[in-house]
Write a protein that binds this ligand. Sequence first.
Ligand code: ZN
Length: 287
Amino acid sequence: MKIPKALYIDDNRKDFKFPQQLDKDLYNERFKNKLFCHFYGCNAKISFNERKDGYKYFSTWNKSSHAEDCPYCVTYKDEIKRSKVLDKQVDTNLSQSHIDKIFKRLDGKLKYENNLDTTVTDEQNGSKLVNENGTKENIQPIIGDSDSSTTKPPKVYIRALDELSKRDFNKIRCVYGSIKNMQIEKNQDGSKYAYMNFDSSEVNASICFPPAFAVNNQVLIDKFDLLREYINTNSETFLCQCIGDVKSKKGKPFKGYNVNIFQAEAIRINDIPLERFIYNLVISSKL
Ligand SMILES: [Zn+2]
C-alpha cells in the first residue's frame, strides 16, 4: 500500500516528508530509519522507493506493522472480510461515554497534528513517542464499555477526510473536516433529510442526516433551517467532527463517501455538540 507522506523524526526534529522531496541518495544518507507512519499513535516504519521510471513513493518497512486503527494497516483477515461484506448493517447506537472517549481521542490526534506544524518539544503530549528501534507502542483502539450487555459496541477509528478509504465502508468511523455547505431535502413521503458537504478539493464526502435521524431527533431537525441558513451564509470555518456509518455515495464509478449520523450526540461543530450549537443559534435569533 502506498503511503502519501511520512513523519521524519530525528532527535528533537519532527517534520512531514513527501516522497517527491527525496531521492535514493538523500534517503540513504539522511532519512533511512528515521521515517515513520504519520498517523496518530502509529509507529510503523516507512521506507522510500523509487522506480526506474522515476516514480517515488513510500511504503511500509518490511516486517514493520501499523497500529490496528491506522488507515494503512492491512491484515489478511481484513482482506477476506472485505470481499464478503457488501452492505452490512452496523450497530450505530453508541453510549454517551463511548462517544466522549472517541472525541477525546480525536482531540489528542488534532493536538498532536497541530503541534507537528510548529516546532516540536512535546514530550508531555505523549502517545506518538517512537522507540529507537521503531517498535510499536501498544495502543488501545477505542471500544465501548465492556459491561454493556447485549452486543459488543463497535471499535471506532478516527479518519481525517484524506485518510478515508473503501476499507472504511460499513464501519463506524469518527470523521472530521471543515464544512462547505448544508442542504435540506424532502422525500416523496414528506420525510426530511439533510446533509452537509465537507470542504475538500480531493475527497468528496458528506455528513448525512437520514430520515431515521429526524425521527430520533425531531425537535432538533425542526431547527435545521436555522442551522442551514447560518452555515450557508457565514464565511467562518465550520469544523465538523462526527461519528457515523461510512457508506459509498450512490453511483458508479466511485463518487465519494457519506457518513450517516443517527444520534445528535455524535456530531460536534467547532467543538460544540450539535444540540448546543443549534440552541445557541435559537437564542441569538431571538435577541
Ligand atoms: Zn500507520
